[in-house]
Design a protein around this ligand. Structure first.
Ligand SMILES: *[C@@H]1O[C@H](CO)[C@@H](O)[C@H](O)[C@H]1NC(C)=O
Ligand SMILES: *[C@@H]1O[C@H](CO)[C@@H](O)[C@H](O)[C@H]1NC(C)=O
Ligand SMILES: *[C@@H]1O[C@H](CO)[C@@H](O)[C@H](O)[C@H]1NC(C)=O
Ligand SMILES: *[C@@H]1O[C@H](CO)[C@@H](O)[C@H](O)[C@H]1NC(C)=O
Ligand SMILES: *[C@@H]1O[C@H](CO)[C@@H](O)[C@H](O)[C@H]1NC(C)=O
Ligand SMILES: *[C@@H]1O[C@H](CO)[C@@H](O)[C@H](O)[C@H]1NC(C)=O
Ligand SMILES: *[C@@H]1O[C@H](CO)[C@@H](O)[C@H](O)[C@H]1NC(C)=O
Ligand SMILES: *[C@@H]1O[C@H](CO)[C@@H](O)[C@H](O)[C@H]1NC(C)=O
Length: 221
């Protein structure tokens, strides 16, 4: 009996530790860009508040995670899947289906902003500030990450709201990112370059949803 009890205990211990070690990643993570340094550029010294490449290298990114940019209206947040756009530090000539502006058109400086960007496409994602005609980006306010599959997209992001639609610089002062789906933006069914499957699945889901909802938005395809 004693032997059996010990065996039983050992078995339980093995099972418990196996369960613990095999646990898949169970959480989505919010990554504060630059940690406590935030997303800042000092235009007097042409230096960034921290080394964003190093910061990015210290993190593991997965679908469904968020990037939290603690910044001010002196910087912008551009997300692109296009390496050419990233290297150019400019959204001029970029395509609105692979490049998203989260706080363009600022006319008031030094306003505190928190910009929240969900990671919805697997593979390379690039981020930079295009403020000061690209000088901030050229001096390091830029980084690239690789987004892993992780847990996959959570239901809340399965139909990712398109990021703020790019507006030409205008009288609008700094505004927080809009999370209201803007309809046809971002649902184009032509090929997306990278992480195509996720985006295509999202489009299919959206299509299905629209079909269920019925006539409301009929005709966008
Ligand atoms: C991460 O950020 C998102 C978006 O703001 C928020 O909904 C979520 O609660 C945050 N999660 C954690 C663990 O802070
Ligand atoms: C920029 O750097 C200069 C020189 O180090 C410093 O005096 C100034 O306070 C910095 N500006 C900001 C906004 O941090
Ligand atoms: C910052 O760098 C740009 C070139 O990228 C240069 O034109 C400008 O003079 C520099 N400013 C300072 C304060 O060093
Ligand atoms: C930032 O860190 C990377 C390594 O992570 C290094 O290659 C790069 O030179 C650093 N940049 C600056 C401006 O120090
Ligand atoms: C923000 O930009 C404005 C306009 O270029 C400048 O006057 C101000 O000093 C900047 N603020 C910081 C903290 O760099
Ligand atoms: C690169 O940016 C410049 C402006 O800084 C723009 O004129 C040019 O068209 C861009 N090139 C590409 C390939 O995006
Ligand atoms: C990236 O954007 C440029 C325009 O800036 C475009 O010519 C090029 O085809 C795009 N690359 C991809 C892979 O979509
Ligand atoms: C972006 O849209 C244009 C025009 O609709 C299309 O030609 C291009 O292939 C699209 N690019 C990507 C990366 O989806």
């Amino acid at each position: 009996m004693t032997g059996a009890t010990i065996l039983h205990l050992i078995t339980m211990a093995v099972l418990i530790s196996a369960a613990a070690s095999q646990a898949p990643p169970t959480k989505y993570i919010n990554h504060t860009v630059g940690d406590s340094a935030g997303w800042f550029f000092n235009s007097t010294t042409n230096t960034t508040a921290t080394n964003y490449s190093s910061w990015a290298g210290s993190q593991t990114f997965s679908l469904g995670d968020y990037l939290i940019f603690k910044t001010s209206s002196n910087q912008t947040v551009i997300q692109t899947y296009n390496l050419t756009t990233f290297r150019n530090c400019s959204i001029d000539d970029s395509s609105s289906n692979d490049t998203f502006v989260y706080n363009g058109g600022n006319t008031v400086f030094d306003q505190a902003l928190t910009i929240i960007v969900p990671l919805t496409i697997q593979g390379p994602n690039y981020f930079f500030s295009d403020a000061s005609d690209g000088i901030q980006c050229q001096h390091g306010l830029a980084f690239e990450i690789n987004v892993n599959r992780g847990l996959g997209l959570p239901p809340s992001l399965n139909q990712p709201p398109p990021p703020t639609y790019r507006e030409p610089p205008g009288p609008d002062s700094a505004s927080p990112p809009v999370t209201i789906p803007a309809g046809e933006e971002g649902t184009g069914n032509s090929g997306f370059k990278k992480g195509a499957s996720v985006q295509v699945i999202a489009c299919v889901c959206l299509f299905a949803l629209l079909a269920v909802i019925g006539g409301d938005r009929g005709g966008i395809f």
